[in-house]
Design a protein around this ligand. Structure first.
Ligand code: UFG
Length: 355
């Protein structure tokens, strides 16, 4: 009898406590009722893609609860190494409620996007549609379900032709291609979303992501491949006759374009630091992510020859539309504010992990 009364009292106290929580959430104007005690998850959109899958691995290693959504247009199911996986497109009508409704999503890292500079010039509507429409749809649901923290995958392509080298976060943003334009448009929307709804963000403006996970289990796998380092390695493997160098008449020492290559795991770790800073209440921020060192296309081919031991052939081809001559980051801000430190800042090591 005493046992039953005790059980009843515990149940009654629990109901009073739960109702208190429900009322608190309703009072805050959120339609979604958070159930205390449920696991809080991080939604990773595009988590089966190149940078997304490497970030998901770092999150899983940090014991975070990860929900991955990817339409597998560019991503690969085999790159999902844990967490809960949903195959769907952010633009699908059914998308939000099935994912936000079934999970307690506390934070979002938004990678899902098209990201090829050259392709965006050929097919801008594809970029406006995927990068903007799907993000606006996601943001609507983030607001509706009361998510307050977002890490957004942005790009150096937001700067266009740089004002200064290395590029600072405070430099002007005048994109030279639709890819950069759509990413910048979303950044601008997010600033107002923060003002109106208090959704805090970190924009990470990546320079050239490269390399592969040290385990060798995942890496870069775009189909078709358009990125320089995997193309150079395909030439080393004999899958291509040569590497085409897109333009040798830029105003750079050897005439080919200069880029700042950053290892994908160093990029991934920056997302964890960004989330941590949001959790600590640091407020919305923008950070560049690069190594601060520029390498020309010809230098990349030369270093890849040393790494692979193969005499990779190169040919000169016309310039590719939308390519700025030089893009090199200043990452001083993220180094000093979030204590981010790249582990793989040697291009030969980066290429070796990809090889
Ligand atoms: N390049 C060649 N030959 C090739 C492939 C590339 O010469 O076969 C050149 C490009 O013209 C460019 C450089 O190598 O000058 C790097 O090109 P990638 O295609 O590897 O990368 P991008 O610089 O065009 O773009 C990448 C990402 C973008 C991101 C950008 C940031 O794809 O999403 O880095 O700098 F915005």
């Amino acid at each position: 009898m005493v046992h039953l009364v005790a059980k009843g009292t515990v149940l009654w106290l629990y109901m009073v406590w739960s109702w208190g929580n429900i009322k608190r959430v309703l009072k805050q104007g959120t339609v979604f009722i958070r159930q205390e005690g449920k696991t809080m998850s991080i939604l990773v959109t595009g988590g089966a893609g190149y940078i997304g899958s490497h970030t998901a691995i770092e999150l899983l290693e940090a014991n975070e609860d990860v929900i991955i959504v990817d339409n597998l247009q560019n991503g690969h199911k085999g790159a999902v190494k844990g967490g809960k996986f949903y195959q769907c497109d952010l633009r699908d009508e059914a998308f939000p409620d099935s994912i936000f409704g079934e999970n307690e999503i506390e934070e979002v890292i938004h990678f899902a996007a098209d990201s090829l500079v050259g392709e965006s010039v050929q097919d801008p509507l594809k970029y406006y549609n995927n990068n903007m429409v799907s993000t606006l749809r996601l943001l609507g649901k983030i607001k509706e379900y009361g998510v307050k923290r977002l890490v957004y995958s942005s790009t150096t392509a937001t700067y266009g032709e740089p004002e200064n080298i290395p590029i600072l976060e405070t430099d002007g943003t005048v994109p030279t291609n639709p890819y950069g334009e759509t990413k910048l448009a979303v950044e601008k929307a997010l600033k107002w979303v923060d003002v109106a709804y208090g959704i805090k963000y970190v924009f990470l403006r990546y320079f050239n992501a490269a390399g592969a996970h040290i385990s060798g289990e995942i890496g870069e796998d775009h189909r078709p491949e358009t990125h320089l380092i995997p193309i150079v390695l395909e030439a080393a493997l004999g899958k291509r006759n040569s590497v085409e160098i897109y333009g040798d008449d830029y105003e750079t020492p050897d005439g080919s374009c200069i880029r700042d290559y950053i290892h994908v795991t160093d990029l991934a770790v920056a997302h964890i630091l960004a989330l941590k800073s949001l959790r600590e209440g640091s407020g919305s921020k923008i950070y560049n992510l690069g190594n601060g060192k520029g390498f020309s296309v010809k230098e990349v081919v030369r270093i890849a020859r040393e790494v692979t031991g193969v005499n990779i052939k190169e040919t000169i081809a016309p310039r590719r539309a939308g390519d700025p001559a030089v893009l090199v980051a200043s990452s001083e801000k993220i180094r000093s504010e979030l204590k981010w430190e790249p582990k793989y800042d040697d291009l030969a090591v980066i290429i070796d992990t990809a090889w």
